[in-house]
Design a protein around this ligand. Structure first.
Ligand SMILES: C[S@@+](CC[C@H](N)C(=O)[O-])C[C@H]1O[C@@H](n2cnc3c(N)ncnc32)[C@H](O)[C@@H]1O
Length: 309
């Protein structure tokens, strides 16, 4: 089994300001690199709620923390963070929440999950394999224009039109059910240029984002995180591409200033006041971290603090 090296581990711990008696949420457990660092700083009265929408991650977490009563591991999406938190009945609001977005190394490296075009496997790509449509199911039913839009919007791929047409042509003769079939189809439509990324890179990213509704989930997760954060609680979000980072940056900026509809009024009503304070600037991994862990290269960490109500 592949491990997952946590990205920006020191910076995340600094951002969360873990206190021994605090209650924390790792909303993207993965293989628990960040969780383990948080738990190390907890005292006997501290709590960590670890979540993941991938059952394999949850099982890994449950077996690792089975004997630690401070850690609760839940299967679920951070788009349901508020409900999960309320169901658990933790006696306080959260002092820190981490969202480390995207996919983990074990997901990418297991051909059976269908995330990677470099190894052949079923064209699945669901993070939560217990529900929803696989990438292969979607490619059977989607229209050419839907495929084009997904590739353009989520892959920011200038060849979206050509690739969508090639996919629709290919599926007239055989269903695209394997990662290799899709990668070959894309490579035939857009010849690879030396020194450039494989042409399927952006297409796989786009379909993965779509199949998992990653951007919609992120928007809900951010809203809900703010609701369950205690005063002075910290929100840390690591994104891996510009579509995610744009959403995070705008969300934090908008919540860190008064609602513009009330700008200029002598008194801002309570519901229109800022709820967050930005902490520092965006943090990126050092060259040394990227050398050790190349998957960290596109990471951006943003941190904000909940203001008192
Ligand atoms: C980059 S990995 C996290 C790695 C983790 N921090 C570690 O140190 O091992 C992202 C994880 O988030 C999970 N994930 C992605 N979107 C999610 C969502 N909406 N809700 C819950 N988990 C999600 C993925 O299944 C994956 O396991």
């Amino acid at each position: 089994m592949t491990a997952h090296s946590p990205v920006l581990p020191v910076e995340v711990l600094d951002g969360l300001v873990v206190r021994p008696g605090g209650a924390y949420v790792d909303a993207t457990y993965g293989r628990g690199g960040h969780s383990a660092a948080i738990v190390e700083r907890l005292g006997s009265g501290g709590r960590l709620v670890a979540m993941d929408r991938d059952m394999e991650a949850v099982e890994a977490g449950r077996s690792r923390w089975a004997n630690d009563p401070r850690v609760i591991v839940r299967h679920g999406s951070f788009a349901e963070l508020e409900r999960t938190w309320n169901e658990l009945g933790v006696a306080q609001n959260a002092n820190g929440i981490l969202l480390d977005l995207g996919v983990s190394s074990p997901q990418l490296d297991d051909p059976e999950r269908g995330f990677s075009f470099s190894k052949d496997g079923p064209l699945d790509m669901r993070m939560d394999a217990s529900t929803g449509m696989t990438a292969a199911d979607w490619l059977v039913t989607a229209s050419e224009s839907e495929i084009r839009q997904v590739i353009r919007r989520y892959g920011e791929d200038p060849n979206a039109r050509r690739i969508a047409r090639a996919i629709v042509r290919a599926r007239e003769t055989h269903a695209l059910t394997r990662t290799r079939q899709l990668a070959d189809c894309v490579a035939a439509a857009v010849p690879r240029r030396p020194g450039r990324l494989h042409p399927a890179t952006r297409v796989f990213q786009a379909i993965r984002i779509f199949v998992n509704d990653e951007l919609g989930q992120l928007r809900s997760g951010l809203e809900q995180a703010v609701k369950i954060l205690a005063s002075q609680g910290r929100l840390c979000v690591i994104s891996f591409h510009s579509l995610e980072d744009r959403i995070v940056k705008r969300f934090l900026r908008d919540r860190a200033r008064p609602d513009p509809a009330f700008a200029g009024l002598p008194e801002i009503p309570v519901h229109a006041r800022p709820v967050l304070k930005l902490i520092g600037k965006a943090v990126r991994p050092s060259a040394a971290e990227i050398d050790l862990n190349p998957r960290s290269r596109s990471a951006v960490l943003r941190v904000a603090e909940r203001l008192g109500q």
